[in-house]
Design a protein around this ligand. Structure first.
Ligand code: SF4
Length: 815
């Protein structure tokens, strides 16, 4: 065995050797190699079982983590649903526990129907479809044997893949270039089909059988692709085009992403319907028998195939190329083009590609446009979000893991803010000595708890309104006492704000069972224990409202003393979330423990926050404490809303499940309006006036959670130039918006348009009609706003990338 054997991890399995179309540019039937004539029509059970076994043993021996298998033909769907199931099951069974199976199928699409899609959905088989553009372009070659167009059948198949049910199977489109077609018309037609990926394929040709070109024009294919590249770039690269992505990747020092370009070794084998191993199909254009290896699945392991001279020849990198290619300035991106395209009788494959002039011109052109794409390609400069997470969130979604990273970043930020409050209060000139002393005591409680049970500190600090409080304190500390008019109430307001540190410390001490004695400001006739609830008091008649309470916790219970009144509550009761029994040693005042309530739904618990003194920060007034009946209404609406989000919007639900911590009831909305808001500092919280129905609540949660996510991203990254003080047109508002407002609104409306699009699909009749209208409205406005952002000239490099992902996403939403 060759010491440097490169394992094969890509397999093309021919499941049917005939086709129901008669495309005149087909390399299987119309090229020099005619070996298909001797192949059985359908792969047999024995062959597929043996092939699957060979792949499994090869994967196991070489530690291959993912085997990429493409089911191919001829036309693979001619095998029928039952045989197709057998093939898929055989592959899955053989590779189970050995490696991951990335299974795809390439089809002309004309037979793709609900039954096939159901089968592919069952096993996660991605579907790639061949189509050459709009109908006239496609009809040029892709016709039935009787000359009939296949276009409408293919469009119907793509329509199936664009439905919500099967969209995850939509692998992309394969378009064979014909320079007689208008490139931009082809691009527009393909883009309108919303594929995740497009492959533009050069027609297979050799120096013996060169491609069709006008006399004297040796780079017409480059011109054709350059027209599309420039449009694609101007469009913000809305879909993945592998030819362009591969060139961009290699120009940036990365790997090629298509076998047609670059120096990366080929690690692909074809398994024919009779079980014979062949080299890559494109070799069929070279000469009759070119792909043959003389090996087969019954007699030979894949290690033998990996050592076949024909396979090894395509793994030699630079040293396997002709002298001309080795000296070529773009060889790193081109790699001599597709191996088959180098063929010439006599010198065989030791030549540049027959598309050499095209490849040189295309790659040079892409290189000249690199400054325009550099901003989009620059890696995310922070450890908090990886490339994939950044793109996923920019697209409007975000996995649980990505959300978890944002939460981690917020935890760090909140600890930094808390430290800043304490530091500035200790050293600031305008903070009374008594306040500093109170804070010092609270800080000591927090520091002790943080050593023993840091998670309790994190729980209290992670509460959205803890950060709102910290930001409020820093803002107050920033204001110089000597600036402007005298402000007699300033000192007491500052003392109240900074004194809330003691409330945080008390809440932590109760959670940890620690001992503490702290002085907590009374705010709104209540003593607050953030995350737990508040003791709401009715003061003794004739007594002025108290300013502060002394709270003592001893590990078992807490006593709250104000003047001559004292109330005691068991820690266990304070932590229960239920109304608590209060032991009163009162001199006349009365008090009521109001616990923080929670809302629960399948897999999700959030706080229904109607007690925290810093919650009123959402641009619409916070509601007073809810009655039990009102809280029950919230519970009912929330459970139904979450069920809807979870069921119909899984791409959004993942992040909401992890990141939504608080719903904050707001005062009732005026008739006919729905009111909701997120606040930049209140990460994880959404304020909502309870709407009439759960469906509206679901839409409000999805909308506002977009602001929550984007706010967390903006805490990490600069996406725009903050010195830009211009106002911008937001298509959904009459007033003009600052840049961040436009960005926030646009990002939120990604979810809003997605919401209505799905509602249109899951409802019927007049409801679906209305949902469709709303979808079109928001979709149009969102797209317009994205272009306004892109043209602002004030996005940073990362902002350019973020907005480009938004654009891709909104143009890619499933139908
Ligand atoms: S552009 Fe031509 S010479 Fe350069 S690597 Fe490609 S095929 Fe070879």
């Amino acid at each position: 065995m060759r010491g440097s054997l490169i394992p094969i991890d890509q397999f093309v399995v021919k499941v049917h050797s005939r086709c129901d179309l008669a495309c005149d540019h087909c390399y299987v039937y119309e090229a020099a190699d005619q070996s298909w004539r001797n192949q059985p029509m359908v792969i047999s059970g024995e062959v597929i079982a043996q092939a699957a076994q060979r792949i499994a043993e090869h994967a196991s021996r070489h530690g291959i983590r993912t085997a990429r298998v493409v089911l191919h033909g001829g036309e693979p769907l001619l095998a029928g649903v039952d045989r197709m199931r057998e093939i898929i099951v055989q592959l899955h069974t053989a590779l189970l526990g050995v490696c991951h199976l990335d299974l795809r199928i390439h089809t002309n699409g004309v037979r793709l129907d609900q039954k096939f899609c159901e089968l592919f959905a069952e096993y996660g088989v991605k579907v790639g479809i061949s189509i050459d553009g709009h109908q006239a372009a496609n009809d040029r070659h892709r016709r039935y044997a009787n000359g009939r167009s296949s276009y409408q059948h293919v469009i119907r198949a793509i329509g199936l893949l664009r439905t919500k049910r099967f969209h995850h199977l939509y692998g992309g489109l394969l378009c064979t270039i014909d320079i007689a077609n208008d490139p931009l018309a082809v691009y527009d037609a393909l883009r309108a089909l919303e594929p995740p990926r497009v492959d533009f394929l050069l027609p297979h040709a050799t120096w013996d059988a060169p491609p069709v070109r006008a006399a004297g024009r040796d780079s017409q294919y480059a011109d054709w692709l350059i027209a599309i590249f420039d449009r694609w770039l101007a469009d913000g690269r809305p879909i993945e085009v592998r030819t362009f992505e591969s060139i961009l990747s290699t120009l940036a020092g990365g790997d090629n992403v298509t076998e047609a370009l670059g120096l990366g070794p080929s690690a692909l084998a074809v398994i024919e319907t009779d079980g014979s191993y062949e080299q890559v199909d494109s070799l069929k254009v070279a000469f009759d028998g070119a792909p043959a290896t003389g090996l087969n699945v019954f007699e030979h392991a894949l290690d033998v195939v990996a050592e076949h001279p024909g396979i090894v020849a395509r793994q030699q990198g630079l040293s396997g190329l002709s002298q001309t290619c080795r000296e070529c300035p773009v060889v790193g991106s081109c790699g001599g083009g597709l191996y088959a395209h180098r063929y010439r009788s006599g010198t065989r494959f030791a030549n540049p590609s027959v598309y050499c002039a095209d490849l040189l011109k295309l790659i040079t052109h892409v290189q000249s446009r690199l400054p325009a794409v550099t901003a989009e390609r620059r890696p995310v400069p922070n450890h908090a979000l990886g490339e994939g997470d950044f793109r996923e969130i920019a697209a409007g979604y975000g996995s649980a893991a990505a959300m978890g990273r944002l939460i981690e970043a917020q935890r760090t930020l909140q600890r930094a803010l808390l430290g800043a409050v304490y530091r500035q209060a200790r050293t600031g000139p305008a903070v009374p000595g008594a306040v500093r002393e109170t804070m010092r005591t609270a800080w000591a409680v927090l520091a002790a708890a943080d050593k023993e049970q840091p998670e309790a500190v994190d729980t209290v600090l992670a509460h959205p309104y803890s950060r709102v409080w910290a930001a409020h304190c820093l803002e107050r500390l920033k204001r110089s006492p000597s600036a402007g008019e005298p402000d007699p109430g300033r000192e007491s307001r500052l003392a109240t704000a900074l004194g809330h540190l003691s409330a945080l410390a008390a809440a932590v001490a109760i959670r940890t069972g620690g001992q503490a004695e702290v002085t907590i400001p009374v705010i709104g006739s209540a003593v607050h224990f953030p995350t737990l609830g508040r003791l709401a008091m009715t003061a003794s008649e004739g007594c002025p409202a108290p300013a502060a309470a002394i709270v003592v916790t001893d590990g078992k219970n807490a006593s709250i003393r104000i003047g001559g009144d004292c109330w005691e509550i068991l820690n266990a009761d304070l932590l229960s979330g239920e109304p608590a029994a209060i032991i009163s040693f009162s001199a006349g005042g009365t008090a009521d423990w109001q616990p923080v309530r929670t809302l629960t739904a399948d897999g999700l618990t959030v706080v229904l926050e109607d007690t925290d003194p810093y919650r009123d920060c959402h641009q619409w007034p916070a509601a007073d404490r809810l009655t039990d009946t009102e809280a029950a209404d919230w519970q009912q609406h929330f459970a139904a809303a979450w069920q809807e989000i979870n069921r119909d919007f899984p791409a959004y639900a993942a992040a909401i499940r992890v990141g939504l911590k608080v719903l904050m009831p707001m005062s009732p909305a005026p008739p006919g309006r729905d009111i909701s808001a997120a606040a930049r500092q209140a990460f994880g919280a959404i304020g909502i006036a309870l709407p009439a129905d759960a469906t509206t609540l679901a839409s409000l949660i999805m909308h506002e959670f977009q602001h929550v996510k984007l706010g967390a991203v903006l805490d990490l990254y600069d996406l725009y130039d903050p010195s830009d003080d211009r106002l911008y047109h937001a298509p959904w508002r009459e007033d003009m918006r600052p840049l961040e407002g436009l960005l926030q609104g646009t990002y939120a409306h990604l979810a809003v348009s997605g919401y209505w699009r799905t509602r249109q699909q899951v409802t019927a009749g007049a409801e679906a009609e209305a949902a469709g209208q709303r979808f079109r409205f928001w979709d149009r406005h969102t797209k317009q706003a994205i272009e306004t952002l892109a043209l602002s000239g004030s996005l940073t490099d990362l902002g350019v990338r973020f907005v480009a992902e938004m654009r891709r996403s909104v143009h890619r939403q499933p139908g």
